[in-house]
Design a protein around this ligand. Structure first.
Ligand code: NAI
Ligand code: SOE
Length: 388
C-alpha cells in the first residue's frame, strides 16, 4: 500500500499556494505515487492567517507556532515557504527533530547562514532539498540529458539571464524582498540564484566570479502587512518612503571548474521582460537554448546537422522527455509553473521513501549562496573573487 507522509508547511503566501497545489495534485500525475502527501498542519505568523491558509490550501490543522508544528511526532517532512530570514531557524529546528526538509530558495541570506543549515542536515542525515524548481522543467531536464550524453560535446560557454519587471516601477511597495535584513540580497539572491542553479546543473561547478552589482531604485513607499504583493497591485506613491538596501541589477562573468567560461545577468528593471529566465550553452559539438517564457520548448543545434539544415530547431517537450512522462499525453498541450512544483514534490517524496538523496540538496543550496556572496563581494571590490 502507498505510504502516507505527513507534511507541516510553514508559510501560506505565494509559495504556500504553489506547494499546496503540488501536494494535492502530485499523485494525479505520478501514479503509482512514491507516497501520498497528507497536508497535516500549516503554520503562519498569526492564528487567523494560519487558519485561513489551512482552509484555503487544504491542511487539516493550523497553528501560529511553527516550532510546535516542526517537532510533532506525527510529522514526516517540513516544507519552508517563508521569507528568507526564517529559513535557517526553522530548518535547523526541523532537522534537529529528525524531519526531512524542503526549503524554498535561496537557502539562506548568506553562505555562512546556509552553512549552519548544511551542518544541521549532515547531522540529521535526513533528506533535504532546495526548491530550485525551474531545473525540473522537462525542457531543462532534456538539456541536461543531451549534455550528459555528450550530444553537444565539451561545454565551452554558459550564458544565463533572469530579467523581470514586476518591480521596475519605483512606486511598487517596499516589501520584504527589498530589505537586506529579511531577504539577504536583492536580485542576486532572489533571482540570480535560479540562474546559478542552472549554471551548476548544466555546466558544472563555478570557481570564480567577477561582477557588477547596482541598485537603481534606492527607496520605495512603505507597505503595511508582510505578504509580498510583488509590485503588481499596490502602487502607493503618495505615502512615506523607506530605503531599499539591496541590489536590483547584476551582471557577472563566471569561470567553471571544467575550463568553461560563462556570464549571467539578473535584473528587476527590465520593462517588457516578465519571467525571462534563459540559458544558452555552447559546446564543441552543438548548442542548446532555453527561455522559460516558452517553457515547453528547447532550441537545439548539433554541429553534424546537414549543411542545408543548420540552425536552431525547436523540440516541443512531452512524454518522450525527462520529467514529461507523467504530465500530459502529447507534446504541445503545454505545462506551466505548477507542473514544475509537482515534479519537485514527486522528487522530494521519492527521495524520502527510497532513502536516496534529493537534488539540489542543502549542500547545493549552500554552494549557490556562497557564489551569490562572491558576486556581491566582487561588485563591491571590482575584483575577481575565487570561490573555496
Ligand atoms: P510571501 O510574502 O508571499 O509569503 C510568505 C508567507 O510566510 C506569508 O504567509 C507570511 O505571513 C509567512 N511568514 C513569514 N514569516 C513567517 C514565520 N516566521 N513563520 C511562519 N510564517 C511566516 O512570500 P513568497 O513569495 O511565498 O516567498 C517565500 C519563499 O519562497 C522565499 O524564500 C522566496 O524567495 C521563495 N520563492 C520561490 C519561488 C520559486 O520560484 N522557487 C517563487 C517565489 C518565492
Ligand atoms: C520574484 O522575483 C520571484 O517571485 C522570485 O522570488 C522567484 O524565485 C521567481 O521564481 C519568480 O519571481
Amino acid at each position: 500500500m502507498t505510504r502516507t507522509l505527513n507534511i507541516a508547511m510553514i508559510g501560506g503566501g505565494f509559495m504556500g499556494k504553489a506547494h499546496a497545489m503540488a501536494y494535492a495534485t502530485m499523485p494525479m500525475f505520478f501514479w503509482p505515487a512514491p507516497a501520498l502527501p497528507c497536508r497535516k498542519v500549516l503554520a503562519d505568523v498569526s492564528e487567523d492567517l494560519a487558519a485561513e491558509g489551512a482552509i484555503r490550501f487544504g491542511f487539516q490543522e493550523s497553528t501560529a507556532d511553527w516550532r510546535e508544528a516542526v517537532t510533532r511526532d506525527d510529522i514526516d517532512a517540513v516544507d519552508i515557504v517563508t521569507p528568507n530570514d526564517s529559513h535557517a531557524e526553522i530548518a535547523i529546528a526541523a532537522l534537529g527533530a529528525g524531519k526531512h526538509v524542503l526549503c524554498e530558495k535561496p537557502l539562506a541570506r548568506s553562505g555562512a547562514e546556509a552553512k549552519t543549515m548544511l551542518d544541521a542536515a549532515r547531522k540529521a542525515g535526513t533528506v533535504t532539498m532546495v526548491a530550485f524548481n525551474y531545473r525540473r522543467t522537462p525542457a531543462v531536464a532534456l538539456a541536461k540529458k543531451y549534455i550528459e550524453e555528450g550530444r553537444i560535446g565539451r561545454i565551452l560557454n554558459f550564458r544565463g539571464t533572469y530579467l523581470q519587471d514586476w518591480s521596475a516601477d519605483p512606486n511598487g511597495p517596499l516589501s520584504w524582498r527589498f530589505q537586506k535584513e529579511i531577504a539577504g540580497a536583492g536580485t542576486v539572491g532572489d533571482i540570480g540564484t535560479h540562474v546559478l542553479d542552472f549554471a551548476r546543473y548544466l555546466a558544472g561547478e563555478i570557481t570564480a566570479v567577477n561582477a557588477m552589482v547596482h541598485t537603481y531604485i534606492a527607496e520605495r513607499p512603505l507597505q503595511s502587512g508582510g505578504l509580498d504583493k510583488l509590485g503588481a497591485s499596490d502602487k502607493c506613491g503618495g505615502g512615506a518612503r523607506g530605503a531599499v538596501d539591496v541590489d536590483d541589477e547584476m551582471v557577472a562573468l563566471l569561470r567553471f571548474e571544467n575550463g568553461a567560461v560563462g556570464s549571467i545577468e539578473a535584473t528587476r528593471n527590465a520593462y517588457g521582460r516578465n519571467n525571462f529566465l534563459t540559458f544558452e550553452v555552447h559546446g564543441s559539438e552543438g548548442s542548446i537554448a532555453f527561455n522559460y517564457e516558452r517553457l515547453d520548448e528547447l532550441q537545439v543545434m548539433f554541429a553534424d546537422d546537414p549543411a542545408d539544415a543548420r540552425g536552431f530547431r525547436t523540440v516541443y517537450t512531452g512524454p518522450a522527455h525527462p520529467n514529461g512522462e507523467a504530465l500530459w499525453p502529447i507534446p504541445g498541450l503545454g505545462i506551466g509553473y505548477g507542473e514544475t512544483k509537482i515534479i519537485e514534490c514527486h522528487d522530494f517524496l521519492s527521495a524520502i521513501v527510497t532513502g536516496g538523496e534529493a537534488e539540489p540538496d542543502f549542500e547545493d543550496g549552500w554552494r549557490i549562496s556562497a557564489i551569490a556572496d562572491g558576486i556581491l563581494e566582487s561588485g563591491e571590490t571590482n575584483r575577481w573573487v575565487t570561490l573555496g
